[in-house]
Design a protein around this ligand. Sequence first.
Ligand SMILES: Nc1nc2c(ncn2[C@@H]2O[C@H](COP(=O)(O)OP(=O)(O)OP(=O)(O)O)[C@@H](O)[C@H]2O)c(=O)[nH]1
Ligand SMILES: [Zn+2]
Length: 355
Amino acid sequence: MSIQAYTLFQLGWRPGYSQHLTLQDFEAGYPARVVGVHRSGLSVLSARGLATVALPRDVAAGVEPAATVGDWLLVEMETPRVLRLIERQSLIARIAAGSEHRVQAIAANLDTLFVVTSCNDDFNLSRLERYLAVAFEAGVEPVIVLTKADLCADVETCLDAARSIAPAIAVVSIDATSAPSVENLAPWLGSGQTVAFVGSSGVGKSTLANTLIGSAAQATGGIREDDARGRHTTTAREMFALPGGAWVIDTPGMRELRVGSVETGMNAVFDDIEALAAQCRFHDCRHQGDRGCAVAAAIDDGSLDGRRLDNYRKLQREAANAARSTRERHEHDRHYGLLNRRTQRSQREKKGRDY
Ligand SMILES: Nc1nc2c(ncn2[C@@H]2O[C@H](COP(=O)(O)OP(=O)(O)OP(=O)(O)O)[C@@H](O)[C@H]2O)c(=O)[nH]1
Ligand SMILES: [Zn+2]
């Protein structure tokens, strides 16, 4: 695949990023966007073309979570050295697999997150709410995409149900296998726009991506490049351009997204429940049969769906658990860091005495 040269704006650069850079920064380096993360380094695209850069330890350690696909880096003019990570406008993170609850950066600087579900078997409002919370937490505008509209007898009912949980969010139904149908997503796919898809297995994310790419481009595959030993490696298709100029981030992590701490996101998705809760008689109302509970009253008069309240509670518990685990990990790290430093100091002192 030949890598054409892109302008910064075609790569998704926004004027907002410049606010974090000084004149000296622009003299020392140039902005480049991470399009792939692999063992030998980061693949970056810039106005100068494709390059592989290494993330020095101090840059990697200074940012948590570390640089990921979609990030903008400041790369030194004459060497492939990363000077720093440019402040992100959005970040999708997840809790890493295993029990440690480490936060792992998945995709940065997205403009739109397509929350994909099918109109038939997969359709589930609680799952949609979960993904919407992830999008809001990340600072990304979600768009709900209902696939398999061609297989569904009553698309309007699905559209209405999706709109009912998120009145302010765009909901689009498509047949992911049809090029004219996926044109419905064009408003979010302009040049320099960065998007990603989330949703359960089998809802049609790959089908949709392939239809958007078009059959001609599909055969070209990933970006080939030399690795450190001079061998050719083909990186995964982690961030790729659509014919219309938008960028799709498709890292393996996007597919296994789990909800981490989504407190901010929850407030945005469940603002109706939070507004009701503010009207409860007691400020510490648990909405469980408490007197003067506005949430219970809304359930009784049918204006609030019991399922939605249950899901709100469930996600709140998960968010609290995630926050607690993160806090415990920090305390653990601080404790052992302190122990380590003490041990090192006493070893140094002992060594000093031995000389
Ligand atoms: N008729 C029809 N079939 C679809 C549509 N979207 C997806 N499919 C079919 O559904 C199946 C699963 O689609 P995929 O694109 O593999 O689903 P996915 O979300 O990428 O699944 P994972 O890769 O497991 O995450 C395929 O056989 C597709 O052809 C649609 O809108 N209409
Ligand atoms: Zn209440």
